[in-house]
Design a binder for this molecule. Structure first.
Ligand SMILES: Nc1ncnc2c1ncn2[C@@H]1O[C@H](COP(=O)(O)OP(=O)(O)OP(=O)(O)O)[C@@H](O)[C@H]1O
Ligand SMILES: [Mg+2]
Length: 350
């Protein structure tokens, strides 16, 4: 059931009406549960179907469901339901597209600012500068609205295992923090590089004031045949950040900014970072200009006013300076406690 499109997905009710379908779970069976994030599928008995014949990594898929999810009306012809869009997760409007032979995820933003697609590009640029393994995003424009595009980072032989599955491999004792529990689960499984990954993810999320790093927005990758762990997945889905849904005064008010997945406040979550030694602050010297340039796209001017862009760039710069001060503290110690824990891990809705 977790493989179906969440009922909280933006625009899903209208899409289900167009498709004359009651429940997004009905779509699952129509595409044999296939996705582009892992290798699981439903093989009806005696169907003669094989993975080679129907998987979406090697075989083309239909645009029909993606078109409907993006607001197209019902076509006269019968619809072709073979699409990884039937199993895509997340609340923002999205679809998979084959662009230049590559499987790409195309994802929209939410009203009124539609910042998420542009934020994905800004986050990519910051991670490039800090050499954090990440999924690179770019922006395309369609009918005046921005969409982010990223390539599939899962291949025909690997699978993404989200963090929320990893934390279920052991029982979490009451007195253990979620951070420690995640590390213990991941290390017992044998996933390499977990602590260094979390350091980088937490630092990125502080810099961009990410508000939606729930346990489905990071994870690990393993070989789908041998089940050998390859490592933590490159950082993806960083768009719900940089005050994406906030007015300027709200952006400036730290108490309005949500933090996930470990602590409710970014300042508290930063205490979990084991080392800042890897951060090259000089590589971030142009971040203010980079943000201003990306958000000042002529095509974005209906959504983003100059004052807003200025505030976003200024506040990001300020957080980088805070981080630099923290990194400079002698004998700073990582603090792992159960204070300020996130109580419910729920994705933002738009
Ligand atoms: N590049 C990718 N390659 C493979 N799988 C991906 C990729 N990007 C995202 N996914 C998968 O698709 C899911 C939805 O994508 P994403 O998290 O970007 O959407 P979202 O709508 O922003 O999510 P949320 O509800 O967290 O806001 C992810 O949780 C992940 O499982
Ligand atoms: Mg997500």
């Amino acid at each position: 059931m977790d493989r179906s499109i969440p009922s909280s997905r933006s625009g899903v009710r209208e899409a289900m009406e167009t498709l004359q379908i009651e429940d997004t779970r009905e779509l699952l069976i129509r595409c044999f549960g296939l996705s582009l994030s892992d290798q699981y599928w439903i093989c009806p008995e005696n169907s003669g179907l094989t993975w080679e014949k129907i998987n979406f990594f090697d075989n083309d898929f239909s645009d029909d469901i993606g078109d409907v999810l993006f607001g197209a009306g019902r076509k006269a012809d019968p619809l072709d339901f073979s699409s990884p869009d039937n199993t895509s997760d997340g609340n923002l409007k999205k679809r998979w597209k084959i662009i230049n032979e590559k499987r790409c995820l195309v994802k929209g933003g939410s009203n009124p600012y539609r910042q998420q697609p542009l934020n994905e590009v800004i986050a990519s640029e910051i991670m490039k500068r800090l050499e954090i393994p990440h999924v690179p995003y770019r922006v395309i424009w369609n009918k005046g609205a921005p969409y982010s595009v990223c390539e599939d980072f899962v291949s025909g032989s690997s699978e993404l295992v989200p963090a929320w599955r990893i934390i279920q491999t052991q029982k979490q004792p009451n007195n253990k923090s979620l951070y420690q529990h995640f590390i213990d689960c991941a290390e017992t499984l044998g996933i390499p590089g977990v602590r260094a990954f979390l350091d980088r993810m937490i630092v990125l999320d502080y810099i961009i004031a990410n508000e939606d790093r729930h346990l489905n927005n990071f994870g690990a990758v393993r070989n789908a045949e041998t089940l050998e762990w390859i490592g933590m997945a490159p950082v993806y889905d960083s768009g719900s950040s940089l005050g994406y849904d906030k007015s300027i005064p709200m952006m400036r008010d730290d108490s309005e900014v949500v933090c996930k997945p470990f602590k409710k406040h970014h300042e508290e979550q930063l205490k979990l970072v084991s080392s800042f030694d890897w951060i090259d602050f000089s590589a971030l010297s142009d971040v203010r200009k980079m943000i201003t340039d990306i958000l000042s796209d002529e095509k974005a001017k209906d959504y983003l006013e100059e004052r807003r862009i200025h505030a976003i760039a200024e506040l990001t710069e300020r957080r980088i300076r805070n981080l630099e001060m923290l990194a400079g503290v002698k004998n700073r110690k990582q603090v792992i406690s159960t204070d300020d824990e996130v109580e419910k891990d729920i994705a933002a809705t738009y």
